[in-house]
Design a protein around this ligand. Structure first.
Ligand code: ADP
Length: 168
């Protein structure tokens, strides 16, 4: 099964590079409660990225377990599962040149104390266990996470009006 997934990824990834690169960004339950959704989306819009999917979801434990599978043996895993279940999240897919790396820079460091002012974590939180936002960390995890949180029919193709002013 894993082999099949890798095979599918190999075909999908080439179409998802350059200006078509995509990343999964999620405003975590604390970010939604603290009404940071608009502020966070504004930053991605202003930067020039294109929104291709968006929803408000109360994540199931099963989904969260799959999402954070790589962290399953960490001591904070149980706490992380309950944090992420505390309320709805706003999950979105943003598209654009180097969006994965750029989004991670916009988010700041994993630990808010290491995050520079101007970054989302550097501006809006203080604790790693309440760090407001998630962003995919590689092409491979972006691909995996997008297919986990969204169905094909939820990803929208549309033309960014200002595209010729954002890309040469
Ligand atoms: P990132 O979200 O920056 O990619 P990780 O993948 O390492 O970071 O961790 C996923 C999430 O797990 C973090 O965003 C944070 O919510 C939580 N987490 C990470 N480390 C800790 C920790 N030491 N204590 C509590 N929660 C943590």
């Amino acid at each position: 099964e894993e082999f099949l997934i890798k095979l599918v990824l190999l075909f999908l990834i080439p179409g998802w590079t350059g200006v078509n690169e995509r990343t999964l960004v999620a405003v975590k339950p604390d970010g939604v409660q603290r009404r940071l959704v608009g502020e966070i989306m504004r930053r991605f819009e202003n930067r020039g990225f294109k929104l291709v999917a968006l929803k408000l979801v109360q994540a199931s434990e099963d989904l969260l377990r799959k999402h954070y599978w790589d962290l399953r043996s960490k001591p904070f895993f149980r706490g992380l599962m309950s944090y992420m279940s505390e309320g709805p999240m706003v999950v979105m897919v943003w598209e654009g040149l180097d969006v994965i790396k750029t989004a991670r820079n916009m988010l700041g460091e994993n630990n808010p104390a290491d995050s520079l002012p101007g970054t989302i974590r550097g501006d809006f939180c203080v604790e790693v266990g309440r760090n407001v936002i998630h962003g995919s960390d590689s092409v491979e995890s972006a691909e995996k996470e997008i297919s986990l949180w969204f169905g094909q029919n939820e990803l929208h193709c549309w033309v960014h009006n200002s595209r010729p002013w954002i890309y040469n």
